[in-house]
Ligand binder design. Structure first.
Ligand code: SF4
Length: 324
């Protein structure tokens, strides 16, 4: 197994297949952003399959496809099919803003993707337009319903909860998730990039107390996907809430993941700068054994935790560069 210096097993990799996106969420990619990676530096599907193959041989069993917006990468279902065929890979999932999902839901499900996380911060069309820089809610809804029809389960709604922006929308989102059988995950904004720092941070602990009171939520031990979220459910099981609280209650002690960006950079931590370049090795024709050795060497760099509270100005890169 891949283990870091702090005894944490690295069994999950978040794979960013593009840094491009069709939305400009205010806490992520600034309007007018031009700093995208050159396509010739993107890892090819063959290179991605080699790297993920090496990780699975080293015990990694979960892969999440991310971006930017991953569905902007052409032929993504083909890559998903190759990855889901890798021995040892138990769990292939996708994070998307769902604007393109109505076109790809069936093909992704046929390719072996089983779980979806969908970014949706409000059900108010004007609020979504304001937050994303585009009138995207109708397409997102179309994508959500296509995913439901294609049989994805669970479908999780990722809502970045922000003070004075959409914190008043939480109960409406709970009702929407109960109606459709979706899991709702509330996420605290993180100081990743200037956009992340400008987001109106909302401490989720009081929100949890309020929702526990309203819905009689009970803590869930179940591991709903191997990520950082903690879960609660109603006694009848009709609603499940997840919380991702990197600021008010971080989860670094049990961190099990690293991130691979579109250009082949391995980021050891969302909240730190330690990284390892794999593309030069791949393009120099490294052997599988050399690739595995490089990955082991990279994991040695993994830091203990983020410093979002202590050094909120530290991370300059924006969220879409590492896929969240
Ligand atoms: S901030 Fe870094 S160490 Fe903490 S959970 Fe995220 S990736 Fe892991």
């Amino acid at each position: 197994m891949l283990m870091d210096r702090f005894g944490r097993t690295i069994e999950y990799i978040r794979l960013s297949v593009t840094d491009r996106c069709d939305l400009r969420c205010s806490y992520c990619m600034p309007k007018g952003f031009k700093g995208f990676e050159e396509p010739e530096n993107w890892l090819t599907f063959d290179e991605i399959a080699r790297v993920i193959g090496a990780f699975t041989r080293l015990g990694t069993r979960r892969v999440r496809l991310t971006g930017g917006e991953p569905l902007l990468r052409r032929n993504l279902p083909q890559l998903a099919a190759r990855l889901s065929a890798l021995p040892g890979l138990d769990d292939l999932s996708l994070s998307t803003n769902a604007t393109q999902l109505h076109k790809h839901a069936e093909a992704l499900h046929d390719a072996g993707v089983r779980r979806l996380n969908i970014s949706l911060d409000s059900l108010r069309r004007d609020c979504v337009s304001e937050l994303t820089g585009s009138d995207s809610l109708p397409r997102v809804m179309e994508g959500l319903m296509a995913a439901k029809a294609a049989g994805f389960a669970p479908i999780k709604i990722n809502m970045v909860a922000m003070k004075g922006v959409n914190d008043g929308d939480i109960e409406a989102m709970v009702a929407f998730c109960i109606e459709h059988g979706f899991v709702l995950r509330l996420i605290e904004a993180m100081p990743v990039g200037d956009t992340g720092r400008a987001a109106h941070f909302l401490d989720l602990q009081p929100v949890l107390a309020r929702l526990q009171q309203q819905f009689g939520l009970l803590p869930q031990a179940a591991d709903l996907g191997g990520g950082p979220a903690r879960y609660w459910s109603t006694p009848d099981g009709r609603f499940t809430l997840g919380l991702i609280t990197p600021i008010s209650q971080h989860f670094c002690a049990t961190c099990n993941r690293v991130r691979l960006s579109v250009d082949g950079t391995l980021y050891m931590c969302l909240g730190q700068e330690e990284r390892f370049e794999l593309r030069p090795l791949l393009r120099a024709g490294c052997s599988d054994a050399e690739l595995e050795a490089a990955i082991r060497e990279a994991i040695e760099l993994k830091p203990e935790r983020h410093e979002f509270r202590e050094r909120p100005g530290k991370i300059v890169r924006i969220m879409s560069m590492t896929g969240g």
